[in-house]
Design a protein around this ligand. Structure first.
Ligand code: ADE
Length: 225
């Protein structure tokens, strides 16, 4: 998989991709992430990428020209399966989206700033619009890092324990059950007995029950579908 991210703040993305699972995926040659500075396509001496909005109102809008020049430059080298725009008014991103996107080859992600990007780019170039939650971030970079992480960790070979992505919260519309590690007794707080019983059937049944109880208490909406 290859992900190309278009941003005016590449520095914000360097940290997340330099470490952890994303770094491991890059080192193994399973995924590559390329970050592109939109200002290189900016207009004039100041490499401007935004302008006042038509109709008046506070806040700048990212212009079509630099964005489309950058998109088309990238499209010269490869076809993209999806062009994502991170925006608080997009579809609420979930595990199902991560699963689907992880099966694609080339993704492009546009990070918005200010009041967002000119609607014409959204109408004619962008294929998917995602929000990572009902709150407003200063820009799309952190959202792009979040969804890249959620996608890349699903690609076979990225995680050491191949099965662990399958038992994540949300993969079966249930939250994950509680987990414990040594010691068995920490300051009088004991690990549930079933987990040390060696009875795998009973352990499996306990986990299912706990996952269900947790989901019912915290996210009853997941059980409704
Ligand atoms: N950009 C600003 N806020 C955002 C959000 N909640 N999700 C995705 N992109 C954003």
């Amino acid at each position: 998989m290859r992900i190309d991210i278009i941003t005016v703040l590449p520095e914000l993305l360097e940290g997340p991709f330099a470490h952890s699972i994303l770094k491991r995926a890059e080192d193994k040659g399973i995924a590559e992430v390329h970050i592109h500075q939109l200002r290189n396509y900016g207009v004039g001496k100041h490499q401007q990428v935004d302008d006042y909005q038509y109709g008046g109102g506070a806040g700048m809008v990212m212009q079509c020209g630099p964005l489309v020049d950058c998109i088309e430059d990238l499209q010269k080298d490869r076809e993209y399966d999806a062009i994502l725009y991170m925006t608080p008014d997009g579809k609420r991103y979930d595990q199902g989206d991560a699963n689907q996107l992880s099966m694609l080859g080339n993704l492009m992600i546009i990070c918005g700033h200010y009041k967002g990007i000119d609607q014409r780019v959204r109408d004619h170039w962008v294929t998917h619009e995602y929000s990572i939650g009902d709150y407003v971030l200063s820009g799309g970079e952190l959202a792009a890092a979040v969804i890249s992480d959620s996608i890349i960790r699903l690609i076979p070979g990225v995680l050491n324990d191949e099965t662990s992505a399958l038992t994540d919260s949300f993969q079966d519309d249930l939250l994950a059950p509680p987990v414990y590690t040594r010691p068995e007794d920490f300051r009088g707080h004991k690990v549930p007995e079933v987990l040390t019983s060696g009875n795998f059937k009973a352990i499996e049944a306990w986990r299912e029950e706990e996952a269900y109880k947790r989901t019912k208490a915290r996210r009853p909406d997941l059980l409704e579908d």
